[in-house]
Design a protein around this ligand. Structure first.
Ligand code: 26Q
Length: 835
């Protein structure tokens, strides 16, 4: 055969490769080849780690072919595209999810068994991709799964941190942070794409020059440049042939470091400069509330925004040339909080300075493509950057922000002539000794859509935090209640319950969660209820084993598994939970234990390393646990455990094994919550306040199936001015006794005074979270929970109805709404490989 023919055959075969088999035999064959030929292992080196590697490579091949077909399909129809810009994607493990979504779950299980191993054991080899703090990061991951499942052309853009969320170790009851070097053994799920490297500039100054039309053109000179190298991660849809992309940027020093200073005799200085460039993607910031002022964080934010926009524009030019007429119709940018909001001035800069567009045209494009999602109601958590820092790091961006602000304030002045106070309030630049850029205001001014993440949250945004902006632009504001993916959070993490559901109503629910309502008619069917209880017991056993292994505490399977897992925060009120546990312990000690319902309380979550009070709350939980678990009076009746290193992978065991979901934030403070939804889907009952998405959960499941307690957001605000915790404590005998146990050092016999800061917080009239105010109502409601759990049939029915009414909290529903109201993309199905 001649070379020409070979070449032609090769070209054709690249686009028309025969599809890989999806049966066990093909998988086993590929697995064997990878294990022996690629990884060079033989039957003597039976290692779970290499078996895992070989399995991933086999599955990855099947992702690759679908990935290519998905790209072809999008290109074919020149599809409109949305980009989800986020500093965090909390993906967790990928193996089980890929196998499930490709429909390879059974084949995978069998393949591993053929080789005399268990899938669970192999899966343990995979590190969690912990590139996020909590809710906001996990939401981004659930959204990608739903976009792929709905076959929407959506790409995620994020950061390839070398160190993800820290590993939490508990030593002497205290949190110790250990680095999460998750890439140490390589990451088989990513594909490096050096051919799409972008250059991001920092620092320097602006030089104004006349261009050939005699206009002033800015030149950003003497910059310190950093390369952004993309790594692509495949995002498979649920059994539909679609594979979307998550593109993560890694910072890398430019060649100038090698050529310039290296040769000029400044070798050590140059190496130091290189590491400073590469610092940008070194580590995830582990605070889930803005830690203002850290320059490295601003560098991260700009790096993501600039690299992503340049990448998108380069692709546009590759297809459409320099004609931007339709750019705004074809592209949408969803900003996951203000973290990537540099994208607003950066898109202006790229269009004007790099693609010679005028202000008005650039602004039309920017302000019709950007959409901003807010995730917080706490005013102190709104991001602000000091103007001097901004100027030093991003001088051209600051100029553009000033111009955006000037034009924006002119609009405000036109709408409210002479209202200087309002102009000052709404200004993107906050005046003061050190002026600040208000990133949320920048994001609102630059976006056509602003949304909150639950009905109450969106309402409170328009009434409070963003009220001035709502008055100016009511049409921009909308709500998108959060959701979670039912693939990971039911089908994958709860296989026994999934089997029961599918046996009962068919398998359609995985891609259409509203079908779970069909389960309601079985809520009184004794046989079904029996099977439901058996499944729950098995899942409780799985959870109890984990608690035993990780906490050394044994949970009684007969007890209520009462669980609160989430970041540790004062507003989330883990303290209220502990006060209740101490109260139960006090009751046992007093002999007030007639009709006792055994209860095992599990608390888990990470504290931001610099958040003193949060860390002290962890210490309290551990100390209380040590005292009560060691007291024989609690045997089989009460347990408390703190689960170290809570993360995506542990939630996959926790949600299925829980009876009671604790969602007890001070009303009006939790934007939405998403853990609440994962528990509900898996049939846990909720005890909660009227906060975030709890309100909508209660609406769906019915008030008789939800344990509501505490003040409403409105009541919280009314009480604030005359809050008197001392009087509340004095008037409540139970709370008084709990406080006395704490004050007398019952839980810190050898550590005098360590809980004083917590006691002070509870008794402080300025306590923003009003823990004492909700104690009575919480304890009474917990008593109703205990009574309900004595009626097995009743709680089983309630549990079934929770799962049955959880359909609304699928992220498929959420993403459909984002698409209907904001992105307006057409779904595009690839020609499936199998066809
Ligand atoms: C900002 C600047 C500098 C350093 C860190 C940050 C930062 C990082 C992460 C600020 C906030 C976060 C994360 C916030 C978050 O997770 N919010 C949660 O978002 C969920 C998804 O919408 C909601 O369900 C929760 O109610 C909300 O608390």
């Amino acid at each position: 055969m001649d070379v020409k023919t070979l070449q032609k055959d090769f070209e054709a075969s690249l686009t028309d490769l025969p599809p890989l088999g999806m049966d066990v035999h093909s998988l086993v064959e590929d697995f064997r080849r990878y294990y022996s030929h690629t990884l060079g292992r033989d039957r003597h080196s039976r290692s779970a780690h290499y078996a895992y590697q070989a399995l991933v490579l086999s599955i990855r091949d099947r992702l690759m072919e679908r990935w290519q077909h998905t790209r072809y399909a999008y290109d074919e129809v020149d599809a409109s595209h949305a980009y989800y810009l986020s500093l965090e994607f909390l993906m967790g493990r990928a193996l089980g999810n890929a196998a499930l979504n490709l429909g390879l779950d059974e084949a995978t299980e069998l393949t591993v068994r053929c080789l005399g191993m268990e899938l669970e054991e192999l899966a343990e080899s995979e590190q969690d991709a912990g590139l996020g703090n909590g809710g906001l990061g996990r939401l981004a991951a659930c959204f990608l799964d739903s976009c792929a499942t709905l076959q929407l052309p959506v790409t995620g853009y994020g950061m390839r941190y070398e160190y993800g969320m820290f590993r939490q170790v508990i030593t002497a009851g205290e949190q110790i942070e250990e680095p999460d070097h998750w890439l140490r053994e390589g990451n088989p799920w990513e594909l490096e794409r050096p051919e799409y490297t972008q250059r991001v500039r920092f620092g320097g100054r602006i030089e104004w020059q006349h261009n050939n039309q005699g206009k002033q053109q800015p030149r950003w000179v003497e910059t310190h440049d950093v390369l952004a190298v993309p790594y692509d991660v495949p995002i498979p849809g649920y059994r539909n042939g679609t594979v979307n992309t998550l593109r993560l940027w890694q910072a890398s020093a430019t060649d100038e470091f090698n050529l310039g200073e290296f040769n000029a005799g400044f070798y050590p200085e140059s190496v130091a400069a290189k590491t400073s460039a590469e610092q940008i993607t070194l580590v995830l910031y582990p605070n889930d509330a803005s830690e203002s002022g850290k320059e490295l964080r601003l560098r991260q934010q700009y790096f993501l925004a600039s690299a992503s926009l340049q990448d998108i524009i380069a692709r546009w030019i590759g297809i459409h040339g320099h004609d931007f007429t339709n750019f705004a119709e074809k592209n949408r940018f969803q900003l996951n909080d203000t973290h990537p909001s540099c994208a607003v001035p950066e898109l202006m800069r790229l269009l004007m300075d790099e693609h010679s567009m005028g202000w008005d045209e650039a602004w039309r494009i920017t302000s019709t493509t950007m959409a901003y999602t807010n995730h917080t109601l706490l005013p102190e958590a709104l991001e602000r950057w000091s103007v001097p820092t901004f100027k030093r790091l991003l001088p051209r961006l600051l100029d553009i922000i000033y111009e955006i602000n000037a034009r924006f304030l002119a609009v405000v002045a036109q709408r409210w002539p002479g209202d200087i106070a309002r102009q000052r309030r709404m200004s993107i630049i906050e005046e003061g000794s050190t002026p600040q850029v208000r990133m949320a205001y920048l994001a609102i001014a630059g976006s056509f859509s602003v949304n909150g993440v639950a009905a109450l949250h969106s309402k409170l945004l328009t009434e409070g935090l963003f009220n001035d902006f709502f008055a100016l632009w009511p049409e921009k504001f909308n709500n998108k209640t959060n959701g979670v993916t039912p693939r990971r959070w039911l089908a994958l993490c709860n296989p026994t319950l999934s089997r029961l559901i599918t046996d009962t109503i068919g398998e359609g629910w995985v891609a259409d969660l509203s079908q779970l309502t069909e389960l309601a008619q079985y809520a009184n069917n004794p046989d079904f209820c029996n099977r439901w209880q058996k499944v729950k017991l098995l899942n409780k056993q799985r959870l109890a084993e984990m608690v035993e292994a990780d906490c050394g505490v044994s949970f009684n399977l007969e007890a209520i598994f009462d669980v609160q897992v989430k970041r540790i925060h004062e507003y989330k009120r883990q303290l209220l939970n502990v006060l209740h546990v101490i109260h139960l312990y006090d009751r046992l000690k007093r002999g007030d234990s007639d009709d006792w319902t055994p209860r095992c309380v599990l608390i888990g979550g990470k504290a931001a390393p610099g958040y003193f009070i949060a860390k002290r709350i962890i210490k309290l939980i551990n100390n209380v646990a040590a005292v009560i678990n060691a007291d024989p009076i609690t045997t089989d009746r009460l347990r408390l455990a703190f689960l170290p290193n809570y993360r995506v992978t542990t939630m996959e065991i926790i949600a299925p094994g829980s009876d009671l979901s604790e969602q007890v934030s001070t009303a009006g403070k939790e934007a939405s919550g998403t853990g609440n939804m994962k528990f509900m889907m898996n049939g846990a009952l909720t005890i909660g306040t009227l906060d975030g998405a709890n309100i909508e959960i209660r609406e769906e499941v019915g008030e008789e199936n939800f344990f509501l307690f505490g003040m409403s957001a409105a009541e919280v605000n009314v009480m604030r001015s005359h809050y008197d915790p001392a009087a509340i404590i004095a008037a409540d005998e139970d709370l008084l006794r709990v406080m006395q146990l704490l004050r007398c050092g019952h839980f810190n016999q050898f550590e005098p005074g360590i809980f004083d800061p917590l006691l002070h917080a509870i008794t402080n009239p300025d306590d923003l979270w009003m823990t004492a105010a909700d104690f009575r109502s919480y304890v009474d409601t917990q008593q109703r929970v205990a009574e309900a759990f004595r009626d097995k049939e009743r709680v089983t029915r309630m549990s079934i109805l929770n799962t049955a009414t959880s359909g609304r909290f699928s992220s498929d529903r959420t993403i459909s709404e984002y698409n209907r109201d904001i992105w307006k993309l057409k779904s595009v199905a690839p020609v499936t490989v199998e066809e």
